[in-house]
Design a protein around this ligand. Structure first.
Ligand code: GLC
Length: 687
């Protein structure tokens, strides 16, 4: 099928800036593949039995999205179970891969429902809430081709500095400088590599953005420098809600300039988040983005070079209005004999205080030159907060990459930052979910992504942490994060496992030349770093249904172990492969597998990496930080059948990179297994 994108515009959509390529509009009466309702609010398609539906980025359930309803509406919900319908991102892109091959991108800032065979098993029905939208229909020869075209359409993915590919330690509740220092000390003492420590809301003064608590972090700039001298970057959180407090410059300035969202009468819209009453910058206005983004200077000036933007759906604990209503209703229940009906109503009432649709309907933005009610453009709020940061960081730190990722997102934001998948739980099934989310996120442009390793809420066990790390060493963002009040899950908190943790995290550093090279190639050529097997083995019916193994870059396949107490797992090998079983960078063995299905043992401290025929994986000798990695000595993992070649990309990891050319070195292996790396004079060892 000819590769082609058609764009259709319905109503008067606001410009989401998701798409970079300005392609001409096609006539709606010539629309192919799909059915459109007369009011244009419903799109339908009859799926063939063997069709796979990919996409939707950050969502619940499988890589194949068939069999559920997904409501794309950015939601602050910390229970990511399969009964849910939306998470923090809204990524309205799907690919139908089967009898026909085409992709659909619904570009609208409002909520969209994807009923993919839920109401009727073979019917895909997309329902829009807001009338104005652009529809992109992408025809192509395969899922990979469609995703590639889509990625060109939406523009290049964000690239972080190289150090951000190192391991990061985070926890909500590092209360002071000393606690952070101790975390660093313990990692360094136990020789577990570490590149960053994240500062959650407790570094701030009363949760006020762009402040530092001077009592608990008295010499912040020196502290940032001290950590940097130990090759550890501190990464502070920034929240969307700005504390309403007289004398606090961000609030006063924002208010004086009219930069916060207002209600229907033009009065301040006030709602509570961490600091209590807060106001929400109207990130849709360029001037507001510039103003807010410029505040990141307060931290970059002190040596900070990475940020995570949070609570930007935006999350709302309560508004006074909503709270008042709930209290009034509670009065009604007082003294009553609560029966089945009224008890559940009562219970639901309390649960409905946070993130209430009523609140999202109560404030307004100036977007695209018009006053628009928040709920109509809700999905773009976090996106625009991160855009604000990225746009100004470019000005504040010209020519250098800064780490930036967000909780809430919409397609288009992938150009400005990465994402993490929010408040997951320390459950085995959430590890499996993160395995399935990564390729879907890649399809939507979010290459720099990862989940909270070990799980955010609930208590992690050492074995869960280990298995999660064994997957996390392949995700570009590799961060251990947990909620305050849960069991501590820094890797140093499990002394009996310290050596194994050090070895497994060490593998990430060993793999860094390959991971970085593959990430950069994916980002700069609009391809996927992590893919489902079916993207490369599209005619292999068995490979098409595999949801728990992934291709990482061009050379390897992974099969993470996601079950507690498992001593191994079944692995589908789609073509002959050579498997490396790593316990550490020096302790490993290899096995060869023919195409087929096998039960492969994998002890708790073992990582299985499957190398494809005639592919090459460049490896470094591990180090305790990315900066200390040395590529003067390179090791090569390979599976030679005839001859192999690999384009190895590398750069200094901090300059803005917009093309591959200057950083590519060719690695070639001839039929006798001799390896030559063009322009490379270091030591080469095959393993
Ligand atoms: C939100 C974030 C989480 C963070 C917490 C406190 O729940 O998703 O990562 O730790 O807020 O800031």
């Amino acid at each position: 099928m000819k590769s082609m994108i058609n764009k259709y515009i319905f109503g008067n959509p606001i410009n989401t800036c998701a798409v970079e390529d300005n392609i001409p509009e096609s006539a709606a009466d010539q629309i192919q593949h799909i059915g459109l309702s007369s009011d244009r609010m419903h799109i339908s398609y009859r799926m063939d039995d063997n069709d796979i539906v990919y996409g939707l980025g950050e969502q619940v359930r499988g890589i194949n999205k068939r069999g559920w309803i997904y409501d794309n509406c950015c939601t602050d919900d910390s229970t990511h179970t399969e009964g849910k319908h939306s998470l923090y991102g809204a990524h309205n892109f799907i690919v139908i891969d089967g009898k026909e091959h085409f992709g659909l991108f619904i570009d609208t800032p409002g909520e969209v429902r994807f009923d993919i065979g839920y109401s009727e098993q073979d019917i895909l029905e997309i329902g829009l809430k807001e009338p104005g939208y652009s529809l992109y229909l992408i025809a192509g020869s395969s899922a990979a081709d469609i995703v590639h075209q889509f990625r060109i359409l939406i523009g290049k993915s964000y690239i972080p500095p190289k150090w951000a590919f190192g391991f990061g330690q985070s926890r909500w509740s590092y209360m002071n400088e000393n606690e952070v220092r101790e975390v660093a000390d313990r990692y360094r003492q136990q020789h577990i590599p570490l590149d960053s420590i994240y500062l959650d809301i407790d570094y701030m003064d009363h949760y006020k953005d762009f402040t530092v608590n001077e009592e608990t972090f008295p010499e912040f700039q020196n502290f940032v420098g001290e950590m940097k001298s130990r090759h550890i970057h501190l990464v502070p959180i920034i929240d969307a809600g700005v504390k309403k407090e007289d004398g606090y410059p961000v609030y006063e300035e924002g208010k004086a300039k009219g930069y916060f969202c207002t209600d229907s009468d033009g009065n301040d819209f006030v709602a509570a988040v961490w600091p209590g009453q807060a106001m929400f910058p109207d990130f849709f206005q360029p001037a507001v983005r510039e103003w807010f983004g410029n505040y990141y200077r307060t931290l970059t000036d002190r040596g900070i070079d990475g940020f995570w933007n949070d609570m930007n759906e935006p999350a709302i604990f309560y508004s006074e209005r909503r709270l008042k209503k709930v209290f009034e209703k509670i009065e009604d229940y007082k003294g009553r004999n609560l029966d089945i009906q009224s008890f559940f109503e009562f219970e639901e009432l309390i649960g409905s205080i946070s993130n209430s649709p009523e609140d999202y309907e109560a404030f307004y933005h100036m977007a695209d030159g018009r006053k628009i009610r928040h709920d109509k453009i809700h999905n773009l709020y976090g996106y625009n907060m991160t855009k604000a940061a990225a746009e100004q960081l470019r000005v504040l730190v010209p020519d250098k990459r800064v780490l930036l990722f967000s909780r809430s997102s919409y397609i288009g934001m992938h150009r400005y930052g990465g994402i993490w998948t929010g408040d997951n739980r320390s459950w085995w099934e959430q590890l499996e979910l993160s395995v399935r989310q990564m390729p879907s996120l890649n399809m939507c442009g979010f290459l720099f992504s990862g989940s909270d390793i070990g799980g955010f809420s609930d208590d992690a066990t050492a074995d869960l942490m280990m298995r999660w790390l064994e997957f996390g060493i392949f995700t570009p963002l590799m961060r251990n994060h947990s909620a305050s009040g849960t069991r501590r899950q820094e890797l140093t908190e499990f002394p009996e496992m310290a050596a194994d943790f050090s070895n497994i995290v060490g593998l990430r550093y060993m793999l860094m030349p390959y991971i970085y090279s593959e990430f950069m190639k994916a980002a700069l050529t609009d391809t996927m770093y992590i893919r489902p097997l079916a993207f490369d083995y599209q005619d292999d019916q068995r490979a098409r249904s595999v949801e728990d193994q992934l291709l990482v870059g061009e050379s390897i396949m992974i099969a993470p172990v996601c079950r507690q107490n498992a001593v191994g797992r079944y692995v589908y090998i789609p073509e002959d492969m050579k498997m490396y079983r790593f316990r550490s960078e020096t302790d490993f063995d290899t096995e060869y597998y023919h195409q087929g299905e096998y039960f492969i043992p994998a002890e708790l401290n073992e990582v299985l990496i499957f190398v494809r025929p005639d592919r090459i994986v460049p490896l470094a000798w591990g180090a305790e930080s990315v900066e200390q990695l040395n590529t003067d000595r390179i090791r090569i993992m390979d599976y030679l059948k005839e001859k192999a070649a690999y384009q190895w990309y590398d750069d200094n990891g901090e300059d803005i990179a917009d093309s591959l050319q200057s950083g590519i070195r060719m690695i070639e292996e001839n039929s006798s297994g001799e390896i030559n790396i063009h322009g490379y004079e270091g030591e080469i060892t095959k393993i």
